[in-house]
Design a protein around this ligand. Structure first.
Ligand SMILES: C[S@@+](CC[C@H](N)C(=O)[O-])C[C@H]1O[C@@H](n2cnc3c(N)ncnc32)[C@H](O)[C@@H]1O
Length: 247
């Protein structure tokens, strides 16, 4: 089966729109997921992402013909699950090795209907039709808050009226005064030192070097981007899920 070409949305945005003060979202790949070995380790540590993604798409009633954008698609688990439903999928990521692995998985399953884009939250240009769904899982934390707001505003403009944005990430809902205890509890609960998952060092680096923020900040940003928030799940104090609708 013929695979869609990987579209490189970056050069246009770099030359045309890029100002000297614009955040370089591609620089992030120097730290993360920069080579195939890191990507393979990532996929192994993630475990089964397919089952929860299939359930999520079913819950949101994604169907054949829907236009779906997956921002920060990584190795493409959600994109592939959506393409199996015959949705028209745009899988977007700043990391070429991640996209290459997603493409290889797609080819192995004989799936079509996914267009891969080497681009990011700040550079992907969605066209020609507005999307029915935008998903982003465990990727928005790569942007500092100023740029998260820019990304959310761009996402709202990609969606049709009534379109759905699903966001899941490391997002905090503990009280700020409890942050030390909360992150220590998180490390203890989720770390795996036997190579089967992420180590304590990985989670420490997330806190130290990445840009996860509080749920009340994300909530405010979504509202300012023009979304109506339908559902917030902060039942775990270090993870957050937001379901937002473009009015
Ligand atoms: C932790 S992985 C999550 C991948 C996938 N969504 C999942 O849930 O398995 C984060 C992904 O975000 C990508 N990423 C980092 N910065 C990005 C940006 N500015 N725009 C789009 N993707 C970005 C990384 O390359 C990586 O593939």
């Amino acid at each position: 089966m013929e695979l869609d070409a990987m579209k490189d949305d970056a050069p246009a945005s770099k030359s045309a729109d890029r100002k000297s003060w614009t955040y370089d979202e591609f620089a992030q790949t120097g730290l993360d997921f920069a080579d195939p070995a890191e990507v393979e380790a990532y996929d192994r540590r993630q475990g089964d992402r397919d089952t929860p993604n299939v359930c999520l798409l079913e819950e949101l009633r994604v169907k054949s013909g829907d236009i779906v954008v997956d921002l920060g698609t990584g190795t493409g688990s959600l994109a592939i699950a959506a393409a199996r439903l015959r949705a028209k999928v745009h899988a977007v990521d700043v990391s070429r090795p991640m996209l290459e692995r997603a493409r290889a998985k797609t080819a192995a399953e004989g799936i079509d209907g996914i267009e891969f884009h080497h681009a990011g939250f700040l550079t992907y240009r969605h066209r020609p039709q507005t999307a029915d769904f935008v998903f982003s899982q465990f990727a928005l934390h790569h942007l500092p808050d100023f740029w998260k707001q820019a990304a959310l505003t761009r996402i709202a403009s990609m969606l049709r009226s009534g379109g759905v944005f699903y966001l899941r990430d490391v997002i905090f809902s503990f009280e700020p005064k409890d942050q030390g205890h909360a992150v220590e509890t998180w490390f203890e609960t989720v770390s795996r030192e036997d190579g089967s998952g992420w180590s304590r060092g990985d989670f420490e680096a997330h806190i130290r070097e990445e840009y996860s923020t509080y749920a009340w900040i994300i909530e405010g940003m979504l509202l300012r981007a023009g979304f109506r928030i339908q559902k917030i799940d902060t039942s775990l104090s270090t993870y957050g899920t937001f379901l937002a609708i473009r009015p």
